[in-house]
Design a protein. Structure first.
Lengths: 784, 235
């Protein structure tokens, strides 16, 4: 008890060390915990939303109505909802047209509010649904209006005349690029569409994968086609994985802070033990054992760390809530709706998890000085008079110059714990900034590529939905004089097909020149079954080259082995595209293009006049829409470039923010290490002062030590930055695509790295000056 | 004319809530080339007076003038700068810089004082020979005995050729043989024309100086050996 009291006194007397460790521990707990709590909330909210919309299993395709009953009878199926979703025109506005029951509608659109009126009851009635947060007109109709709706069906466009709007609804489900959906009675649409379902939502008990397999074969046995299905398991939920990937941009660099508290406690603890070696020798001479040394030299650090960790634990949920509300929830954003519906869970267990990690590591760090204290040789230390209670390296002595510099350099070797306490945090700080630069370089490379027509020739990618074969559309394109070349292909996305990736997009060529969209970097295009051309991002992420075998898992878990015959620069290098033959696509996916609700086709277009891209794309869009019931989404090269620039800006913003936070933490640490060193070397500094060394020259000495620490930290930082950048690239792969880190040692000399470093050094030098000025030279010399 | 003039110097310290007056109205003149011992029991103010003379500390009241420079009026940086050129200090616990070997410890003060590089090595060897440690130039402080360390400290204090040498209990941690050797070294230093002031509680050793100032409770209560000092100064 006496020693605990003594430990508490040490904590009270050594205020700087106490404040520094508590601050660093609080940041080490709060920074990763608050982001982890936000991530858990977002994942929970999005998963719940997704589950409400898609149930446990969702099948899309061309599904006969009798499948509803058959599926209800399947083992493990609790509830079945069918729906028809197609698209149409309401006046000039493109809309989705849906047939679904009230319950399905509730699940599907989420947070729907029948703002006015009621849900449809009879044929001839409609509800106009407006998705929140989707750009477009706010209002379309009023309750009581009569509207004519043109619906695109397999039989062609059908006009439903004089539908009465009985209700207006809003919700936050995004159902595609259009903000409006018209919900009509199934009796009405059934008559004109032969009541072919386009999607079925299943709620299941037990293994949803088994249910999905059974459901798919049931639909196929009834003559239907399933073009795509989702099994909603949280760990594999693609949207949850994307959220996790997106959050990794912030959570991963912040994990570095966890290492700061143990480094600080070890470094300051070692400085204390060496400073107090004479006291320790006396304690040992008096018969004090390991426990006593622990109480005197480890317990104060543990108590400080425990206090900091407890404080961090207590405030993390509140900090995360504040960060969430201020930085993750926008007023006009889906996040605000999600927050209203699901609230914010403080996830105390997450806070406890990170707190225990930080505290555990810091306790380990605090134990390091104990080993040194235990090894103090009583006789040697007590017999020693003067300043030298530690050894210094034997380096050449016959040079008359730079003795002062030699003194400061050797001090860094003799007091290695100080050097370690400075070098590791500085290397993490520099590495963090440098890793951001490596990723920025990579993104800038993409932006450059996308701006270079000779390496990426397309001007736009069109995603066209149509209910009829695309041949007519392609003939139309052939006849358009302003189109130089195009490449049309069938896209098909699979979730979790390649380990670590949420989605990969399979493409089978339909017509045209694949080099418009996929210019080859290596090899050739696929010619036979089992051959594949992969996008550069995928090749870099998986380390694949021509001749390697790519393993692809389909939605039922079957593994397909594909030979890589080429690597191509994909239009959106962040994506993971596989260009294979039509036969391979059908074999892997079971999806036969043209069957199901509609054709979906992607067309990469190269225009004849690169100076009139905007005008020609507008013309192309209207030419296509005039030619038939086509839904067209245009992604221009500029918009891809803008997206990449936005990633670059986001990367810079996050790197800068995290680097700034790291600069604060490292500045606290380095200042504490230097101030502790000044205190430990008080007598030596006083002697130097008595020999005529001024305070500013002493501060210059510490500046030299800091600069040497920076020099030592730089190669470590280069390694650290590579590790951080690679981890970031891998963990964020599902959000940004694979950003191969680009850059060498020069990345540590950019402004992103130098600015936080200079800030840290300035703060530390100021701390050193203050510590030196506060030093009482006379007392230090008089103190035995 | 005196080389060091101490006029009505007072020094107060505040220790917690207690104010202690360590020096009470001291007046002292030390002449150029004089070898002065300040003696007195523990707590009499010897170290404080040495600190004040060296400019490490400033008096609460009064003035200290060394070779015409009013040291007590200089700021901290000015005093450090003045000390670098004009004072050599020897401590009770030697206080050699642990990360520098014997040779470098001697070089250190010359580098600080801006002695030309070409002269430093010759001067360092000369001084190590003077203190009898030429053969141990590459040793680190912890590899030397107490007496050897104190001799290195003297060599370090002399290295930049300061006119004033101040030594605070330089013999307190040494055996008798080394005590005598160190004091004789200081005497030799003074014989080269340098002014040497050393504090000691050992009256017998103090008698080896030209003159002794007796200090009691912060007050100089008397001098001894003034005639010897006078004859040395006049010669």
């Amino acid at each position: 008890m006496l020693l605990v009291r003594s430990a508490l006194r040490v904590i009270a007397w050594k205020k700087l060390e106490t404040i520094a460790l508590i601050l660093v521990t609080v940041i080490a707990v709060v920074a990763p915990t608050s982001l982890a709590i936000i991530k858990s909330n977002l994942e929970y909210q999005i998963y719940e939303l997704f589950k409400d919309v898609s149930g446990d299993v969702m099948l899309t395709g061309r599904i006969p109505s009798e499948a509803l009953k058959a599926l209800e009878g399947l083992e493990g199926v609790r509830r079945v909802n069918g729906m028809i979703i197609t698209f149409g025109l309401l006046g000039e506005e493109r809309v989705l047209v849906a047939v679904m029951g009230h319950e399905t509608f509730n699940n599907f659109v989420k947070l729907h509010v029948i703002r006015e009126g009621r849900f449809v009851k009879d044929p001839g009635e409609a509800v106009v649904y407006r998705a929140m947060f989707v750009r477009g007109p706010e209002e379309m109709s009023r309750v009581g209006d009569y509207v004519d709706l043109v619906v695109v069906t397999e039989q062609g466009p059908v006009t439903l005349k004089q539908l009465k709007v009985v209700g207006l609804a809003t919700g936050y489900n995004h159902i595609g690029p259009t903000p409006f959906m018209i919900v009509v009675d199934e009796g009405l649409l059934g008559r004109v569409t032969n009541y072919t379902l386009t999607a079925i939502r299943l709620e299941a008990e037990g293994d949803p994968r088994g249910v999905a397999r059974e459901a798919r074969s049931t639909v196929e046995s009834l003559g239907g086609t399933v073009s795509w299905h989702i099994v909603n398991v949280r760990e594999e939920n693609p949207v949850v994985l994307i959220v996790e990937s997106a959050m990794s941009i912030m959570t991963l660099p912040v994990l570095i802070f966890i290492a700061m508290a143990p480094i600080l406690s070890a470094s300051l603890g070692l400085a204390t033990v060496v400073r107090d070696s004479r006291n320790i020798a006396v304690m040992k001479a008096m018969g004090c054992g390991l426990w006593d040394l622990f109480s005197a030299y480890t317990l104060p650090w543990i108590i400080r760390a425990a206090f900091g960790a407890l404080l961090g634990f207590s405030i993390s949920p509140f900090v995360s809530r504040w960060l969430y509300l201020n930085y993750f929830v926008g007023e006009e954003d889906i996040s605000s709706a999600l927050y209203e519906r699901f609230g914010f869970n403080p996830y105390w267990s997450t806070s406890a998890y990170y707190t225990s990690i930080v505290l555990g590591l810091t306790i380990l760090g605090s134990l390091t000085p104990l080993a040194i204290a235990y090894r103090v040789n009583v006789i040697d230390v007590i017999a020693t008079v003067g300043l030298h209670v530690h050894t210094a390296p034997r380096v050449g002595w016959s040079v008359s110059r730079l003795v002062v510099l030699r003194m400061w350099v050797r001090d860094m070797i003799a007091r290695w714990w100080k050097t370690v306490g400075l070098v590791i945090p500085l290397s993490l700080l520099i590495g963090l900034g440098s890793s951001g630069v490596m990723l920025s370089n990579s993104i800038e490379g993409w932006v450059k590529d996308i701006g270079d027509r000779s390496s990426t020739p397309f001007d736009a990618i069109l995603a066209v939905s149509t209910v009829e074969s695309p041949e007519k559309l392609l003939e139309l394109l052939d006849g358009l004089g302003y189109i130089k070349r195009y490449f049309a292909s069938t896209p098909y996305s699979i979730a979790s097909a390649i380990e670590g990736l949420t989605f990969v997009e399979l493409r089978a060529p339909v017509k045209g020149d694949p080099s418009v969209e996929f210019p080859l970097i290596q090899g050739r295009y696929s010619e036979g079954r089992g051959e594949v051309v992969i996008s550069r991002g995928l090749a870099e992420y998986k380390g694949l080259k021509v001749g390697d075998v790519l393993e692809l898992r389909d939605t039922f878990g079957r593994v397909h082995r594909l030979e890589v015959v080429g690597v191509a620069r994909a239009y959106h290098d962040r994506g993971f595209q596989l260009l294979l033959t039509r036969d391979s696509l059908i074999e892997i996916t079971g999806y036969k293009p043209g069957l199901g609700r509609a054709f979906t086709i992607k067309i990469a277009v190269e225009l004849n006049d690169p100076h009139r891209v905007e005008e020609l794309l507008g013309r192309l869009r209207s030419d296509i829409e005039r030619a038939g019931p086509y839904g067209v989404e245009v992604t221009s090269r500029d918009s891809i470039s803008e997206t990449l620039k936005a990633y670059s800006a986001m990367n810079t913003a996050i790197t800068s923010t995290v680097s700034f936070l790291a600069a604060v933490v490292v500045a606290i640490m380095a200042s504490a290490v230097i101030a502790s060193d000044v205190s430990a070397r008080a007598k030596e500094i006083a002697v130097l002062n008595s020999l005529g060394l001024q305070a500013r020259q002493l501060a210059l000495g510490y500046t030299i030590q800091l600069l040497i620490a920076v020099l030592l930290a730089t190669p470590m930082a280069y390694i650290t930055s590579n590790v951080i950048a690679r981890m970031l690239a891998e963990r964020t792969v599902n959000f940004t695509g694979y950003i191969e880190p680009v850059g060498g040692i020069e990345t540590v000399t950019t402004i992103t790295t130098i600015a936080p470093l200079l800030t840290t050094l300035t703060v530390t030098i100021i701390a050193a000056i203050i510590a030196i000025r506060r030093l009482d030279v006379v007392r230090a010399l008089s103190d035995l | 004319m005196s080389f060091v003039e101490v006029r009505d110097v007072w020094k107060d310290y505040v220790m917690g809530k207690v104010k202690i007056t360590a020096i009470k109205g001291v007046n002292l003149d030390v002449y150029r080339g004089e070898f002065l011992a300040i003696t007195g029991p523990s707590g009499s103010g010897k170290s404080t007076l040495i600190h004040l003379l060296s400019g490490l500390d400033v008096p609460t009241r009064g003035s200290i003038r060394v070779d015409g420079v009013e040291v007590s009026r200089l700021d901290q940086a000015g005093r450090a700068s003045w000390r670098r050129r004009n004072v050599g200090v020897v401590f009770q616990f030697f206080h050699l810089i642990p990360t520098l070997n014997v040779f470098e410890n001697v070089l250190l003060t010359m580098e600080l004082a801006g002695v030309p590089s070409a002269k430093r090595i010759a001067r360092a060897w000369e001084l190590l020979e003077f203190v009898g440690l030429k053969g141990k130039a590459d040793r680190y402080p912890w590899e030397l005995s107490g007496g050897e360390q104190q001799r290195v400290a003297i060599a370090r204090a002399l290295a930049h050729n300061p006119p004033l040498i101040l030594a605070d209990e330089p013999t307190a941690n040494l055996d008798y043989e080394n005590k005598v050797r160190v004091v004789e070294l200081l005497r030799e230093v003074s014989s080269t024309g340098k002014t040497v002031v050393f504090a000691t509680h050992d009256v017998e050793l103090a008698r080896r100086a030209d003159r002794i100032a007796h200090l009691r409770d912060g007050v100089i209560v008397g001098f001894e050996g003034g005639v010897r000092a006078l004859s040395k100064i006049s010669s």
